[in-house]
Design a protein around this ligand. Structure first.
Ligand code: UTP
Length: 510
């Protein structure tokens, strides 16, 4: 059948004929482009998608309070509470797996970053560190370093392949950025970019939205689109060919992310887990983050909207929150689990509703920029596969060491800089590096030449103690600094990159 006829019929059956309202006004080239876009839609599933979205948006969130229980202690590891020997053993196990090239990292980078409000992918963002590194550069250098740590310990020449899920919005600029930066000296064949699917945004009464006369308003299908994308692009086959067995999955915007963290990997492998989540303790009971817990005996992430404040406030005997395991989108999966997820679980994942402001063309052909949400975007989340895990573990880490996401544009609130902004991300990293210097028995001088107090203040997100940045090529998580810095006094601003580290080493040797 002619594709226009097929598309017209499919749209009519889905109750979406308005999509072709402006067809007579389009020129040949516009028609060809639009027809191609429409041909890629899942037309048989379109009615369900639109009606389902409208129904889901009208429904109130289910309350899960009565069925919830915390993850049992035997499935939890913690950088704060586990003993030093266990942490060292997990770190060793992780490095061993990395040295055998059995570990890959998988980045979720298909989001549109609407809150940050930039027109390029978030990974390209420079938060204003002394090095002016982008998030991608920081991540690439951490891959270099973790490979190097594993190779030094085991005499190997390993690689940690970097799988990057992009979307229609982020694929081309991400590819260009990596090329322009010579893949940050990583082996280009070890960086695998692939694209997730897009789905139409829908009005509250279940109609597909036109963005232009020959263009639908489409959005990526959420970071849980990963499982479909893995299948679409045969990514799991690539992992299998390379012998990758374990994946560290993470979000693009956490400036403190520990790529292929050996301790986390080692903990999950030692416990025989198929699936794991790094969490941070919730900052306060009603903090709007998802909580990793069990519901009717099955592990899942419960959104803050799904529980009553009194449940969020529940406390244990020591005064600690019962539901404190804040999800930070930092996960471990075995390849075998991902294979099952892509083959069977993905079609059973629930869909989440996001209400957004989406510019549209009204029935008279006028462009409208709404000031309140007018559109439903349906999304799947990467963590929605947790309930299928047979052995799920949780690893609790310290927020100030491992979690500072970049979500919002810079701004000021009564309490200081806007939360989760370029300023807070930058400050979190600088404060961490000041702490590393102190732990290595070095002294930093502030810009007036005064020694800094030994411990960085708790208000580091508002103002870091000094501008001190340590390149990931010098240290992954604070290791190796003592031999360089013990007893030394260093002026800030300081960028301790490889060159500076070599100079310090040479001076020491003299
Ligand atoms: P967020 O939910 O924070 O979304 O994504 P975002 O796109 O970065 O920002 P907003 O909400 O538009 O302001 C968390 C992680 O999931 C990825 C993002 O790139 C980020 O790493 N993501 C999100 C995808 O990979 N695909 C998606 O469809 C959505």
């Amino acid at each position: 059948m002619h594709s226009l006829e097929r598309v017209t019929g499919g749209l009519a059956r889905a109750g979406q004929s308005h999509v072709l309202q402006f067809w007579p006004e389009l020129c040949e080239a516009e028609r060809a482009g639009f027809l191609q876009e429409l041909s890629q839609l899942d037309l048989p599933g379109l009615r369900d998608h639109c009606e389902g979205a409208a129904r889901a948006a009208a429904a109130t969130a289910a309350r899960l309070d009565r069925q919830m229980e915390p993850v049992p202690p035997e499935s939890i590891g913690s950088t704060r509470k586990s003993d030093e020997d266990s942490l060292a053993m997990w770190g060793d196990e992780g490095l061993l797996q990395i040295s055998a090239s059995r570990v890959g990292v998988l980045l979720l980078a298909g989001g549109q970053g609407t809150r940050l409000g930039v027109r390029f992918p978030k990974g390209l963002y420079d938060v204003g560190l002394p090095s002016r590194s982008s998030l991608y550069q920081i991540q690439a250098e951490r891959i270099h370093k973790v490979q190097d740590l594993a190779d030094r310990k085991h005499g190997s020449r390993c690689s940690v392949p970097w799988y990057i899920m992009t979307s229609e919005f982020t694929l081309a600029p991400t590819e260009t950025f990596f090329k322009e930066n010579d893949y940050f000296d990583l082996e280009p064949s070890n960086i695998v970019l692939f694209e997730q699917r897009m789905i139409p945004a829908v009005t509250f009464d279940g109609k597909v939205i036109l963005q232009g006369k020959g263009k639908l308003a489409m959005a990526p299908d959420g970071n849980g689109g990963l499982y479909q994308a893995l299948e679409d692009h045969k990514v799991l086959e690539d992992m299998q060919q390379r012998g990758v067995q374990y994946l560290h999955v993470y979000c693009v915007d956490n400036i403190l992310v520990r790529m292929a963290d050996p301790v986390f990997i080692g903990f999950c492998v030692t416990k025989g887990a198929d699936c794991g989540a790094k969490v941070v303790e919730k900052a306060y009971a009603t903090e709007p983050v998802g909580v990793v817990c069990r519901v009717r005996g099955v592990t899942q992430v419960v959104e803050y909207s799904e529980i009553q404040p009194e449940t969020a406030e529940l406390r244990g005997p020591g005064g600690e929150l019962v539901y404190s395991a804040g999800n930070i989108c930092n996960h471990f999966f075995t390849r075998a689990f991902l294979q099952d997820a892509a083959a069977s679980y993905k079609d059973q994942l629930k869909q989440h509703v996001a209400l957004k402001k989406v510019p549209y063309l009204d029935a008279s052909g006028r462009q409208v920029t709404p000031s309140t949400p007018n559109a439903i975007k349906m999304e799947r989340f990467v963590f929605d596969v947790f309930p299928f895990s047979r052995n799920f573990v949780v690893f609790e880490v310290e927020r100030e060491e491992e979690f500072s996401p970049l979500k919002n544009a810079d701004g000021l609130t009564a309490d200081g800089p806007t939360a989760d902004s370029p300023t807070t991300a930058r400050n979190a990293l600088l404060a961490q590096h000041c702490r590393w210097v102190t732990a290595a028995h070095g002294t930093l001088l502030d810009e007036d030449g005064n020694p800094l107090p030994p411990r960085a203040s708790a208000s580091a997100v508002n103002k870091p103690p000094a501008r001190c940045e340590i390149s990931p090529l010098v240290s992954y998580s604070g290791e190796g600094l003592e031999e360089l810095l013990r007893g030394r006094t260093l002026q800030t601003p300081l960028l301790l990159d490889e060159k500076r580290a070599k100079e310090l080493q040479m001076n020491r040797a003299l």
